[in-house]
Design a protein around this ligand. Structure first.
Ligand code: HOZ
Length: 436
């Protein structure tokens, strides 16, 4: 009888039943080569694979595990929620409490509607924007990823960028004819577009800071500019905070930069942290727009598991731990980890651009600062692959793609940071050997 004890054995078995062996493409390791690790346990800052290896985790389930894995507070709340049932398909107190918490942190969210994934949240926001403005066009930025709904899967980041895919087959020209793609950080292109077609534009959507083509911070004033230009043309501004929401500050990206720079979007999308690792996402905005949703209004959106009691409990329990102290710890950890790695790459003379936005960061293996998707595609992804594998071998798990953000958690310890810094020195030497 075959026993399945290693990641390799599991992956070979997975590939016979799951396309590519994975439930989401980036984790297949296709762009870095080798075998994805099959994780079976997480605690605090660490994860363990089926092979018995321990890793310091700098992926954090792509953001949700902000307080670390299996945090005792979250765990005990989720356990007691589960004992009362996993799902009712009916309203429950958990969703009300979580919606109130989101609104308290981001007051522009006068109403909140829960869904199960960021993709759904964005689909709903786009539908609402079109209904509210009676217009069709949606403007997005190249390299931004807003989930895998048809109309937004155009020049997209994340897996599409990682695998170097063109736009996806199966998405018809009809489904994307109302999507206009503009280079990120390009105010002139946007001004020109609004001059020509402003009266047709339902909404502009952006990641609060792009973090699905690697981390590409907006140039100063960029989001304010989006807010102003959309207002001027009576379009809506959708801020996709699926990655940044409640990760960057108590009020997400907006809570830190929107308040400071005096801009507010019309609609927000959230995910990841608000579910604390469970499938949960949300769309929020002004009562006037949000009340267009059925059954108050006629814009349809629904989901059997939407507002699920276990997921909302996990989200609420996680947010209870997301206080000012946590965000300041995350900011310092991101600085420590990012600088230690950048210093190791510099010492080994590996050309790179270390880019940060709040506590999100990533490394492009290119000498120049990356300002948009075209710049991001210039990087040496093969040097990244060597760097990635060396870190993994030394017990540091980072995203298996040069086009993704790295995530710190509140559970990281000084010892973890030392281990990362030490491993980065070896990995940087190996990446240098590869690139020279
Ligand atoms: N870029 C995705 C997160 N925003 C990757 C998630 C996954 O593929 O699992």
């Amino acid at each position: 009888m075959t026993t399945f004890e290693t990641s390799l054995q599991w992956h070979n078995r997975a590939k016979r039943i799951i396309p590519g062996g994975v439930s989401s493409p980036v984790r297949a390791f296709q762009s870095v080569g080798g075998t994805p690790r099959y994780f079976v346990k997480g605690e605090g800052s660490k994860v363990w694979d089926v092979d018995g290896n321990e890793y310091v985790d700098l992926v954090g389930s792509w953001g949700p595990m902000i307080v670390g894995h299996a945090h005792p507070h979250v765990l005990s709340r989720v356990k007691s929620a589960m004992e009362k049932s996993f799902s009712f398909g009916a309203p429950g107190p958990g969703e009300v409490l979580l919606a109130e918490e989101i609104s308290a942190r981001v007051p522009a969210c006068e109403r909140v509607r829960f869904v199960s994934s960021g993709t759904e949240a964005v689909m709903t926001a786009v539908r609402l924007a079109r209904a509210a403005t009676s217009r069709n066009l949606i403007v997005k930025f190249a390299g931004c990823y807003h989930g895998h709904s048809d109309s937004l899967l155009v020049q997209s980041g994340s897996g599409i960028a990682t695998l170097g895919l063109p736009n996806s087959p199966g998405v018809t020209p009809g489904q994307t004819q109302d999507t206009i793609v503009v280079p990120f950080n390009d105010l002139n292109a946007l001004t020109q577009l609004f001059d020509e077609r402003g009266s047709e534009i339902a909404a502009v959507i952006t990641e609060a800071t792009p973090a699905n083509m690697g981390v590409v911070p907006p140039v100063p004033g960029f989001n304010k500019f989006l807010s102003d230009i959309t207002k001027k043309h009576h379009s809506l501004f959708i801020l996709d905070e699926v990655m940044t929401g409640f990760r960057i500050s108590q009020g997400g990206w907006w809570g830190k930069f929107g308040l400071e720079e005096d801009w507010t979007p019309d609609l927000f999308t959230f995910g990841k942290v608000i579910g604390g690792g469970m499938p949960l996402a949300a769309v929020g905005g002004s009562a006037a727009v949000m009340e267009l949703l059925a059954p108050s209004g006629t814009v349809y959106q629904a989901g059997t598991l939407s507002g699920n009691p276990v997921a909302t409990t996990a989200g609420l329990a996680t947010l209870e731990l997301c206080d000012a102290e946590l965000y300041s710890a995350l900011d310092s950890r991101a600085r420590e980890v990012g600088s230690a790695i950048s210093e190791a790459l510099t010492a080994a003379e590996v050309e790179h651009s270390f880019q940060q936005a709040g506590n999100l960061f990533s490394f492009f293996f290119t000498p120049n600062h990356v300002n948009n998707f075209d710049d991001a595609k210039e990087q040496d992804t093969s040097a990244f692959a060597v760097f990635f594998h060396s870190l993994l071998e030394q017990g540091i798990s980072v995203p298996p793609s040069a086009f993704e953000a790295w995530f710190v958690s509140g559970a990281l310890t000084d010892e973890d940071v030392e281990k990362i810094a030490k491993a980065a020195k070896v990995a940087a030497q190996q990446a240098k050997l590869r690139s020279s």
